[in-house]
Design a protein around this ligand. Structure first.
Ligand code: SRM
Ligand code: SF4
Length: 566
């Protein structure tokens, strides 16, 4: 392993706590871009510079600079949005961005296509809407996600409170964000202190998620720090702690891989912040700062050893983790339709294709949600599967909401196939600079073909987890799909199969670099076998393992449990 710090580490050191020359870059009228170094710092402020890849070549031919624009990501811990805030965030989409509101796989919104001269105004509008974008991206703790629907029980509400506490605890302390975007007063040259992060923040992004069994809708084992809420006799006892989950990999480089979090024990609610800080600061101190492709916590753990990490953690936090408690997951998708909570309020789960709320192709999804937000007295909840819940509706208000849902075509959840209800696709082209193949834009083409195949085998209702990613970075958590397509090049994908239905087993590469006809042929045969020989309520991924289509999972494909589950 090299000891030389990566270029990005030096940028962070020199940045004066994330300032760099972002402000100067924003004020430069000659280009629609900012410098490469500032772009790296901009991520910590919740934005990425991108360019429209659909017209990249054309602009090059015309000797024009790429069509630069910025993606902005909000930080909405647990994905909760009151109606008034929804309207304000929607207004941002229609005033300064293109392509509407995009629900991400970490239950927040992204806006695409904000041009440089509108960036500051847009950031200010987001803050005025009582939201923020700080640390939504970058080498820092990101958006903390948690299971939907917190209003179902008082314990869900308590878990949401821990989600917010964790999120706040790990916010950066630098005033750079206020100075650059909100015209905050500049103090001195080196004004800040980052008690948790220091000057170089973390070696890489860091993600925390809380799941509430039996639903693993957050994919808790894909998080750097996954917490499994243990609720006994209706009371939150604490959290099982899983560390070192992560999806990102690089094609052709076996030293990079998806990994499931390892269970290292249990902490009480009073201990959870200290334990989380211990994990974060150990990763700060021991994570690889020379090679970014090996900088995530999962590599720190595999390099130093899980036992070592746990020992260091307990020494640092000053207490011993209790043995992991028993828990059980039965699904990791979303629930659709109306559900009544403990307090008798109602919650309506809606399916949103790839999380995109826009007014296109004759559909008015963005407008429809705006109309609902105008009359809805509760809040909205975004899910980690890119869907949303209209939450906290009184019985008497249900009919009005239903009417709007139907009127604006948001009622797809009523007739969707099992595979569609469990599908996720990352953004990919045209905005994502790393995309190798289509993903979100491929869904309307691929899904009907898969649905036709499933229908021909009488499997329309079979719930199957489908994940599409435009590259191996894994933003749709494809390595946890019973079926996954991971982009290699335009029109070419790796077909991966055999994850389970509950986010506890990774899938395996089945066919490499194939095109649509081969994908469909392969799946047609497997669906046929599944229809004929599956056992009662056997899930597709489990069937593939039982019948040997996919080899039995090795230790690497399932979560390691350090201590026996108590
Ligand atoms: Fe992601 C990078 C979109 C969730 C793993 N991700 C990117 C970038 C920013 C591309 C870039 O670096 O230039 C993508 C922007 C596309 C665009 O145009 O909007 C991008 N990631 C997304 C979103 C929007 C996908 C979506 O369709 O919803 C998700 C935003 C989440 C959020 O709100 O914070 C998103 N990304 C994820 C997840 C899933 C998760 O966290 O649950 C993963 C896998 C889990 C993990 O982190 O291991 C993920 N994204 C990555 C990686 C690979 C990281 C790695 O360890 O190797 C990259 C590339 C990188 O960081 O270098 C990446
Ligand atoms: Fe882009 Fe790859 Fe993430 Fe898809 S998986 S959004 S293509 S980085």
């Amino acid at each position: 392993m090299s000891n030389t710090l990566s270029h990005l580490e030096q940028i962070k050191v020199d940045s004066r706590y994330l300032r760099g020359t972002i402000e100067e870059g924003l004020n430069d009228p000659v280009t629609g871009a900012i410098s490469d170094d500032d772009n790296k710092l901009l991520k910590f402020h919740g934005s990425y510079q991108q360019d429209d890849r659909d017209i990249r070549d054309e602009r090059r031919k015309q000797k024009l600079e790429p069509a630069y624009a910025f993606m902005i990501r909000a930080r909405l811990p647990g994905g909760i949005i009151p109606s008034a805030q929804w309207l304000a965030l929607d207004n941002i989409a229609t005033s300064w961005a293109g392509r509407g509101l995009r629900i991400t796989t970490r239950q927040t919104f992204q806006w695409h296509g904000v041009i440089k001269r509108n960036l500051k105004t847009t950031m200010q509008a987001i803050n005025k809407a009582m939201a923020t974008t700080v640390a939504a991206c970058g080498d820092i703790n990101r958006q903390v996600v948690s299971s939907v629907n917190p209003l179902l029980s008082s314990q869900h509400q308590i878990v949401q409170e821990w989600t917010e506490k964790l999120s706040t605890h790990f916010l950066p302390r630098t005033r750079a964000y206020h100075e650059i975007w909100l015209d905050g007063e500049k103090i001195t040259d080196e004004p800040d202190e980052e008690p948790i992060y220091g000057k170089t923040y973390l070696p890489r992004k860091f993600k925390i998620g809380i799941a509430i069994p039996p639903t693993n809708d957050v994919d808790v084992f894909a998080q750097d720090l996954g917490l499994i809420a243990i609720i006994e006799n209706g009371v939150l006892q604490g959290f099982n702690v899983a560390i070192g989950g992560g999806m990102g990999a690089t094609h052709g480089d076996d030293s990079t891989y998806a990994r499931l979090g390892s269970l290292i024990g249990f902490v009480t609610p009073d201990q959870v912040i200290a334990a989380a800080e211990g994990v974060v600061t150990l990763q700060r101190d021991y994570g690889n700062r020379a090679e970014r492709q090996h900088a995530r916590l999962k590599y720190t753990l595999d390099h130093r050893g899980l036992e070592w990490f746990k020992g260091e953690l307990e020494e640092r936090i000053g207490f011993t983790l209790e043995p992991t408690r028993a828990y059980h997951f039965d699904q990791n998708g979303d629930r659709y339709g109306w559900i009544q909570g403990e307090d008798k309020q109602w919650h309506l789960g809606l399916y949103i294709e790839s999380g995109r709320l826009d007014d296109t192709d004759g559909k008015l999804l963005l407008t429809g949600m705006r109309e609902i937000a105008r009359i809805h007295k509760g809040e909205f909840r975004l899910t980690c599967n890119q869907n949303l819940v209209i939450s906290n509706v009184a019985s008497k208000d249900r009919a009005r909401i239903d009417k709007l849902v139907k009127e604006y075509g948001l009622d797809g959840y009523l007739q969707q196939s099992g595979i569609r209800r469990h599908s996720i696709a990352c953004v990919a082209l045209p905005t994502c600079g790393l995309a190798m193949a289509e993903s979100e834009r491929y869904v309307p083409i691929l899904l009907p073909k898969l649905e036709a195949l499933l229908a021909s085998h009488h499997l329309t209702d079979a719930p199957i987890l489908l994940r599409l990613s435009g590259c191996p970075n894994g933003c749709s958590r494809p390595y946890l799909g019973e079926i996954a397509l991971v982009g290699r090049a335009l029109g070419r994908y790796d077909l991966r199969l055999g994850a389970d239905f509950i986010g506890q087993r990774l899938n395996t590469l089945y066919k490499e670099n194939i095109t649509e006809p081969e994908i469909l042929n392969t799946l047609d045969t497997l669906f046929g076998e599944y229809a004929k020989t599956r056992t009662e309520s056997e899930k597709f991924g489990d069937f593939l393992i039982r019948t040997g289509v996919i080899p039995a999972p090795t230790q690497r494909l399932i979560p390691i449990v350090l201590d026996k589950v108590a």
